[in-house]
Design a protein around this ligand. Structure first.
Ligand SMILES: *Cc1c(COP(=O)(O)O)cnc(C)c1O
Length: 565
């Protein structure tokens, strides 16, 4: 470990591999891909997150389609090293001790990045405090605030204790924004020389140190804590008056705190940048569109293909722009390979026999209302009519947050519908979605479906993963897809053009109708009767989407536009 000047990347969740279950969805997987690309590019960065020793949760689905949650038990010692260094923070007036586990992310190109997982499960702490870093997004607001104190304040202290000199602190979402308070304390101006007490708080200095990426396009999605709770849990580490000026008059809004103390702020796709400007008027908000780590999200058969025709693609995914040179038969063969693997996996897990010859739709992500996982069943009769013209099978997977009742209801509805239409269409739900299942799905289906309610999909990344495997996107024009979509060339859109930059009324019927229309008249006929056009679109997905929507490109932009400012 060295102590040269570094970037520190803070994220409540990081998803690096299937064995380290400290992620819940896209935010965490993006953080993991960010670190992997940083290792490829040898960017001087370290990452800080929570150990989440009981994970997020592991998901079972009972016969009625109800989600049952179990806590995960995993042993960090199998993958990472526990460091002897401890730091402490004050929580409810008590000292809470924090240790860190160090995991090394190694690039195939040789780069190496440290990820520090903070852990309060140490003997010095009370039983209750030992649980603070146990469950990702678990517990109540009080629990969440304690976790954010450990992450933000504890994280800065740990990096200093380990000897790092940090030049930029990058907050991946608002969960880590308490780190700004620790930085204010560290950079306090000399009291003797000031006449205005506000002057001791060098907000300009802290702003120079901070980068904030927001991921949440709706007001209600941002973490807020009442000042009563803040006083009780955190205490008054800076005067309340000052905190209110930075974090909001009525309650502490973690996004506002980060916005007021960062010199560089960005959304995660162009549209999301615009939406965020409306949400947070008065701030300069940039946009750096997300990506995925190409090597991680390319299945074995496509890796072999790229190695053969586009050597060094993994470190220079831009080269995928040349995928035109791959012969059609070999693209199709690689796809069938991935599809057969998926069909075998589905048989093993669910005992349902799907066919590799049937047009297969994939849908998998967090289950929450705005993602509208069941939109394709909006008009069941109409859907079944379409299935008579060309056979369809659908594979679903995804978890709903334990407290997200509407999200859980959608899972139940899908499982119920699957039973009723069993004779005509095979619909399976694979339980316990994770990164391993994600790779099988995004590479093994024919079409990747995404039907969010606009403009709530800040970016979305699973469609980029699909594109890396020649799987064609069929999605609502929101997030990254607005930038990637060329109708009939890189995939297909669903619903009207995205002209609005704020919430629109729900219009399930219009969106569903467009979905049915394109499925029936364009997509199914092409899949079954014009294979060469289909393969052309698969290749376009690689050469016009994957070459760009990757984290290597994304990280170069963060370096030049955010870190080196
Ligand atoms: C990529 C990924 C996601 C994100 O999916 P979106 O469709 O972008 O929301 C969620 N969960 C897992 C396990 C993933 O790998």
């Amino acid at each position: 470990m060295n102590n040269e000047t570094m970037i520190a990347y803070f994220s409540m969740e990081i998803g690096l591999s299937n064995d380290i279950p400290t992620y819940s969805g896209g935010l965490g997987v993006l953080a993991g891909d960010t670190i992997k690309s940083s290792a490829d590019l040898e960017i001087p960065i370290v990452a800080v997150t929570l150990i989440s020793k009981k994970g997020y949760f592991s998901q079972d689905i009972d016969s009625g389609g109800r989600q049952v949650e179990h806590s995960v038990d995993w042993d960090p010692a199998r993958f990472m090293t526990r460091l002897p260094r401890k730091v402490k923070v004050q929580i409810e007036g008590r000292a809470v001790y924090i240790q860190a586990w160090c995991y090394k992310v190694r690039s195939i190109a040789g780069g190496e990045i440290d990820v520090f997982y903070l852990d309060t499960d140490v003997a010095e702490n009370t039983k209750e405090d030992r649980e603070i870093t146990a469950v990702l997004y678990g517990g109540d607001l009080q629990y969440r605030l304690k976790q954010e104190i450990v992450l933000g304040i504890g994280g800065v202290r740990m990096l200093r204790a380990l000897g790092f000199h940090i030049k930029k602190y990058h907050m991946n979402e608002g969960h880590a924004s308490l780190l700004t308070l620790e930085l204010l304390l560290l950079h306090k101006r000399d009291v003797e020389s000031v006449w205005d007490e506000n002057w001791i708080w060098d907000t300009d200095k802290v702003k120079d140190l901070c980068v904030f990426t927001t991921h949440t396009p709706i007001e209600a999605g941002h973490d807020r804590f009442s000042y009563d709770l803040v006083q009780k849990i955190l205490g008054e580490i800076i005067p309340l008056k000052v905190l209110k000026r930075l974090g909001g008059e009525h309650d502490l809004n973690m996004s506002h705190l980060a916005l007021n103390l960062s010199n560089y702020i960005n959304g995660v796709a162009k549209k999301h940048g615009e939406v965020s400007k409306n949400l947070f008027p008065g701030y300069e908000i940039h946009a750096i569109t997300n990506g995925v780590h190409s090597f991680t999200w390319t299945c074995e058969s496509f890796k072999r293909l790229y190695d053969k025709y586009i050597p060094s693609w993994a470190n220079e995914p831009e080269l995928l722009v040349r995928s035109e040179i791959i012969p059609d038969e070999e693209v199709w063969e690689a796809h069938l390979h991935a599809k057969n693997d998926l069909v075998d996996y589905v048989k093993k897990i669910t005992d349902i026999k799907m066919s590799p010859d049937v047009f297969t739709i994939g849908f998998a992500r967090r289950f929450t209302s705005y993602k509208r996982a069941d939109l394709i069943f909006f008009n069941l009769e109409r859907f079944l009519k379409i299935c008579e013209k060309g056979k369809i099978q659908i594979i679903y997977s995804g978890k709903a947050h334990p407290k997200d009742t509407p999200g859980k209801d959608i899972i139940r509805r899908i499982v119920e519908i699957a039973k009723t239409i069993n004779d005509n269409v095979s619909v399976v739900f694979i339980k316990n979605y994770n990164m391993e299942i994600a790779l099988k799905l995004i590479s093994g289906v024919d079409i990747w479906l995404n039907t969010p309610l606009r403009p709530r999909e800040a970016s979305g990344t699973s469609g980029m993963k699909a594109a890396h495997n020649g799987v064609i996107n069929f999605s609502i024009l929101d997030g990254w897809w607005i930038e990637g979509h060329l109708e009939g060339v890189t995939g297909w859109s669903i619903g009207p053009k995205p002209v609005e930059s704020s919430l629109i009324p729900v219009n399930d019927a219009t969106d569903a109708e467009d979905l049915y229309y394109k499925l029936e008249t364009i997509i199914l006929p092409m899949y079954y009767h014009d294979r060469s056009q289909w393969i052309r679109m698969m290749k376009n997905s690689i050469s016009k989407l994957a070459y760009y929507f990757n984290t290597n490109r994304m990280m170069r932009r963060y370096v030049t536009e955010a870190y080196l400012r």
